[in-house]
Design a protein around this ligand. Sequence first.
Ligand code: PGA
Length: 261
Amino acid sequence: MKRPLIVGNWKMFKTIPEAINLINIIKAGIHKIADCDIVVCPPFTALAALSEAIRDTKIELGAQDMHFETEGAFTGAISPLMLKDVGCRYVILGHSERRQHFKETDELINKKMMAALKYNLVGILCIGETLEEREARRAFEVVKQQFDQSLKNLSAEEIERVVIAYEPVWAIGTGRTATPEQTEQMHSYIRRLLNEHYGDSIGERVYILYGGSVKPDNIAQLMGKPNVDGALVGGASIKAESFIQIVTNALPQELQDSPKR
Ligand code: PGA
């Protein structure tokens, strides 16, 4: 089992004071947990303050999106250089909300991924099917297409700096989680794609996270599956107690240090 990676996607929530308040509670709650990697992805406006607030902790910072150019006349956009500048190590790319509300295509996401890697950011690529696609039995086909196109032209060395998040769209923010079996089925499929494209030893090392209504009471079961290496958490990541519990419960029982269970 890999060391679990838990990423909090705060979406468009939290002003700067609210973000600082949340991170301070999270910091206190997880300081004894040594065996889990933790990333928080606040809105752009809170990145600088959080970068400061998590200094000297093991929590890392990520952004929720970025432009693919380094700089230029792109009103409203934020570049990979700027994310590095503010202290980000991660960036979420191709989240289904970006695909749906901002019309992001796999081609655009691929450009962003290449740019992220150029700047030594870890790109968290989100892929996943809609309910309609699952019901039409197209889930695997859709995920393969997103995988192939969003990761086009990436070398084996580059894929090691990518994290894949399988997020079935029908499970995001709906309270409806994919079952551990459905999750493992898709994760092992993604693992197979990785192994085929980049060779087994590299493919096995790439992290595959699950996202979609992850909660303190379902994380352990999901993490129990061999190809689930962590989680991308939305709603439950902006409540300190539930995020702390998710991080705690993501670990095997013997590594859990928190007495509060
Ligand atoms: P959720 O969101 O945990 O609120 O379902 C997950 C995500 O959008 O990454």
